[in-house]
Design a protein around this ligand. Structure first.
Ligand SMILES: [Zn+2]
Length: 99
């Protein structure tokens, strides 16, 4: 266990969520909700959302740095991870739901 791998886990995530929850509430209350890191749509405090990273851990991003954090919809975040298998299907679904 080296410090380099100090994790994005339990307590750390919980703290980040508290911080970003207050940012989301503030932004939504002023009528300019924060955009989702993945889809660019508004993230509302009542949505399902995750604390995402602008530069991912795999690319050497600093996961604990708030300047490298941004909220994403939970769906967008998960979908991005499975993009290879589900991208086309998700797009087809969106098209169906848009009308
Ligand atoms: Zn999104």
């Amino acid at each position: 266990m080296s410090r380099r791998h100090a994790g994005w886990t339990g307590r750390v995530v919980a703290k980040a969520r508290v911080y970003w929850a207050s940012r989301l509430y503030l932004a939504a209350s002023t009528g300019t909700p924060l955009p989702c890191h993945r889809c660019g749509g508004a993230v509302l405090p009542t949505d399902d959302w995750d604390v995402d990273h602008i530069v991912g851990r795999a690319e050497g991003g600093r996961v604990l740095d708030r300047n490298n954090q941004w909220p994403s919809h939970s769906n967008c975040n998960r979908r991005d991870g499975q993009r290879k298998t589900t991208e086309l299907r998700a797009k087809a679904k969106q098209r169906l739901w848009s009308w």
